[in-house]
Write a protein that binds this ligand. Structure first.
Ligand code: XMP
Length: 521
């Protein structure tokens, strides 16, 4: 049993809502541990768990009158702890305790104004002085009769029972979504539920996470050696630093220089981890190997496959040299684990074969250590700060596994890599000096495989086009291009053209994702 299992927690039962993770994040942001479990996974172990202090039933895409399809162990509703149902969860509460749910006469999607009907602990400091609030709704069914013992807390024009409670049993249902930022004071409602109703105490912070993870790692790994593929990205860096604190020199990191990294990245990684933090780091210079394998390859998918395969080969070769290695550390995050992500049954089609240092082969027969598997990305960043990792490492823009290879459509050559590294460095440094870097989710320079004519001084030039891309995004799934002021983009363009031989034209990518992707290949 891991230490998380001993923490008091709010259990979120997921019925497939796209916002379930947001509920968990809001609770954790308030300093309380919360865990998501799919409605299909409520088993006896869960039912007997002593430290569940409250339950939230999430929204979901199903209809409550098809509740037979929504299989879940209803004993969870008799757990004798407070329950809050959100949207579909609200309808489950109404239905299961004797009320009714039907198709809405008028569906509500987007903002709705609700009115207080009765005071409740749940909605303390939630409504404005006139007893009104704007909330975010997304439903086509509605509660049409509330169960015995329940009272109405709030109504909207189209939802008479927008919020209900059974105060003596501590059951609450709300048709709207308090977890999304569009619901005004939504976090206050969640805070009221967890602290005033569930009587939670703060038990979740980076300090606590660090202590728990280090203890867990020590217990599970013992005196064996652990191998970790260090890429220098935030997840693998935080994993490595946690393991270093837990098991010292029994952690062996392998860093593969593919030759496709950003300018000076390998030096920075060696300086940070080997020199500053005294890591046991195997540095593998595989630049020529990767360049040879990629010779004359221009197809994006082939590039990705070659890089992925070679990476694994190199990693396997060097990990075999580590005696007594029994574990492989990976930076799996909590969102990767939540199975109910596919509760709607949808499967996205393959756009690109992502290569990740985390995806190492099963045949290596190493047991996995996944110390971040209970954390969200922002929690990983906070933990990185707690571990004294440099801010530069923690807040660095994401960088794809195949590196510069996919920012250079067409064939890859040593010369092109050099040109691209220099251009990228100018762009990124300019973003930093102009305080723009942190406002942007990801930015990079790419080299297009097209030469165009230019004029420099009195001479004709015939050189490559450099493409700049800078986007804003929440999670990389969708993105919009960042709007720069003319002065800034012009000065970056000038710097690139004046200082890099090989580029005589700079263009800025103004597409969003979709229809484009963030990377070029
Ligand atoms: P796309 O280009 O798919 O990129 O819109 C979305 C995000 O994923 C990153 N990316 C990758 N990350 N291995 C990675 O670890 C990959 O193969 C890979 N391909 C794209 C990309 O940089 C962006 O942040």
């Amino acid at each position: 049993m891991s230490l998380e299992d001993n923490l008091n927690k709010i259990l979120i039962i997921d019925f497939g809502s796209q916002f379930t993770q947001l509920i968990a994040r809001r609770i954790r942001e308030l300093g309380v541990y919360s865990q998501i479990i799919s409605h299909k996974k409520i088993n006896n172990h869960i039912l007997k768990t002593k430290n569940i202090i409250g339950i939230i039933l999430s929204g979901g895409p199903l209809n409550v009158y098809e509740v037979k399809k929504v299989k879940f162990n209803k004993k969870i509703l008799n757990s004798k702890v407070p329950i809050l149902g959100i949207c579909f969860g609200h309808q489950i509460i109404a239905k299961e305790f004797g009320g009714s749910v039907n198709k809405s006469k008028v569906r509500e999607f987007g903002l709705a104004n609700i009115k207080r009907i009765k005071k409740s602990i749940l909605t303390r400091n939630f409504f404005n002085r006139n007893g009104l609030n704007n909330v975010w709704m997304s439903h086509s069914d509605e509660v049409t009769k509330i169960p015995k013992g329940f009272k109405v807390i709030a109504s909207s024009k189209n939802s008479k029972f927008a919020a209900i409670e059974n105060k003596s049993k501590n059951f609450y249902g709300i048709q709207f979504h308090p977890e999304v930022t569009h619901t005004h004071n939504g976090k206050k409602l969640i805070k009221n539920f967890i602290f005033s109703i569930c009587k939670a105490r703060r038990n979740w912070s980076s300090k606590i996470q660090k202590k728990i993870i280090i203890n867990n790692v020590k217990n599970s790994v013992g005196t064996s050696k652990v191998i970790c593929a260090l890429s220098g990205g935030v997840d693998s860096s935080v994993v490595a630093k946690l393991l270093k604190n837990a098991i010292g020199n029994n952690l062996i990191c392998i860093f593969v220089n593919t030759g496709l990294l950003r300018k000076n990245e390998e030096k920075e990684i060696v300086n940070t981890f080997k020199k500053r933090f005294k890591f046991n780091l195997i540095y593998v210079d595989a630049k020529s190997l990767f360049l040879n394998k990629l010779k004359n390859v221009s197809d994006p998918e082939r590039k990705r496959k070659i890089i992925g395969k070679q990476f694994i080969k190199v990693f396997e070769k060097y990990s075999k040299k580590v005696k007594n290695a029994k574990f492989l550390a990976q930076g799996t995050l909590y969102p990767d684990l939540i199975e109910s992500k596919s509760a709607t049954g949808s499967q996205s089609s393959k756009i690109k074969s992502h290569h990740n240092v985390g995806g190492l082969p099963k045949k290596m027969k190493l047991k996995l250590v996944e110390p971040l598997k209970y954390l969200f990305k922002d929690e990983v960043r906070k933990l990185g700060l707690e571990l004294n990792l440099p801010k530069k490492v923690i807040f660095r823009h994401p960088f794809p596994g195949p590196g510069l290879a996919i920012r250079m459509p067409g064939i890859i050559t040593k010369d092109k890599i050099k040109i691209l590294k220099d251009a990228d460095e100018i762009f990124i440094k300019s973003l930093i000096t102009n305080d723009l870097y942190d406002k942007i989710w990801q930015a990079y320079a790419a080299l297009l495989p097209v030469k165009t004519v230019g004029v420099m001084g009195d001479n004709r030039t015939y050189e490559y086009i450099c493409l700049l891309r800078a986007i804003t995004s929440e999670d990389g799934m969708t993105a919009d291009f960042f709007t720069f002021k003319k002065d800034f983009i012009q000065s970056v363009s000038n710097k690139i053209i004046n200082s890099i031989k090989g580029i005589n034209r700079v263009v800025y990518d103004v597409t969003s994702k979709p229809p484009s992707t963030i990377e070029l290949e």
